[in-house]
Design a protein. Structure first.
Length: 182
């Protein structure tokens, strides 16, 4: 019975909850303790749920490795949808590749990276943080890797190459949205 309960908790949680609720109803039918038992049952079941994937809290040494990998891609061509040195990179492809080569899995698109990253104000940016920009119609549409000293590495746009730019540049300052930490 205990193994069945464990199986149901992991694989059939909705069915498991329904069975537990049905049993509780039969035992405590018309009892003033039913609601308390049901709430406790739901609360305890929540403790066994699978945790959501987190991209946060990577060690500082990993950030150095990620940036070193990104810097080896300087001069590689921009390519929409690109995510390798052979084909070239788009902005989020460069970020994903750099993290992947450091052994860390991160989301692929700029929007997914933005949603996964913990927001960081510009004045609190650290080397290895992501920098996000609103370029196309006010949407988050560009990402780079912050190097420190207001510099970031990115794959800018068609016809250009992976390069280092400054957040103090008028264009980037105008379109900067926020930083993000994975």
């Amino acid at each position: 019975m205990e193994n069945l309960a464990k199986y149901l908790q992991i694989n059939e949680l909705p069915l498991y909850l329904a069975v537990r609720m049905n049993i509780a109803q039969k035992i405590y039918k018309n009892s003033r303790y039913f609601l308390l038992t049901a709430a406790l049952s739901l609360a305890l079941t929540g403790c066994s749920s699978t945790p959501q994937k987190s991209y946060h809290a990577k060690p500082h040494s990993q950030h150095k490795k990620i940036l070193k990998i990104a810097k080896t891609q300087l001069g590689k061509p921009y390519r929409y949808g690109g995510r390798s040195p052979k084909t070239g990179f788009d902005c989020s492809g460069l970020v994903q590749y750099s993290y992947k080569m450091a052994g860390i899995s991160v989301p692929r698109t700029t929007r997914q990276l933005y949603n996964a990253a913990r927001p960081i104000k510009r004045k609190h940016l650290k080397a290895g943080d992501l920098v996000f920009f609103r370029i196309n119609r006010g949407k988050i549409s560009h990402v780079g890797l912050y190097l420190g000293n207001s510099k970031f590495i990115h794959a800018p746009s068609s016809g250009k190459q992976v390069n280092i730019a400054s957040l103090n540049n008028r264009y980037w300052r105008k379109h900067f949205s926020r930083g993000g930490r994975l």
